[in-house]
Write a new protein. Structure first.
Length: 107
């Protein structure tokens, strides 16, 4: 299982305290074991899945996208876009995806 962490995900984890980092790591491991467990999003977030978990009475969300494979392969890749609380989560995720798409068009 190959994991690709995007900048917003990395920045949140870097600022998190150790127990939360461990909880995020456990959640990422769960997602990697069962990539289809997250809720499928539609519209602007089509193709993105969101897995929710609780830590210290607070709900956290992880946005990720399993990359489609044309044929059976040994390695499976998942892009992890963002982790955080529900407040402004989807707004920030849409903004990042739009910026990422704009960068891809100009490259």
């Amino acid at each position: 299982m190959l994991r690709n962490y995007k900048l917003p995900f990395i920045q949140f984890v870097k600022k998190a305290h150790k127990p939360l980092k461990l909880a995020i790591e456990d959640a990422v491991d769960l997602v990697c074991d069962t990539p289809d467990m997250g809720e499928v999003k539609t519209g602007d977030l089509a193709g993105i899945r969101v897995y929710k978990f609780r830590f210290n009475h607070q709900q956290y969300l992880i946005a990720y996208r399993p990359l489609a494979q044309e044929s059976p392969v040994e390695f499976f890749m998942i892009d992890f876009y963002q982790v955080g609380t529900h407040e402004n989560f989807y707004t920030a995720l849409k903004r990042y995806l739009k910026q990422d798409a704009d960068r891809g068009e100009t490259s």
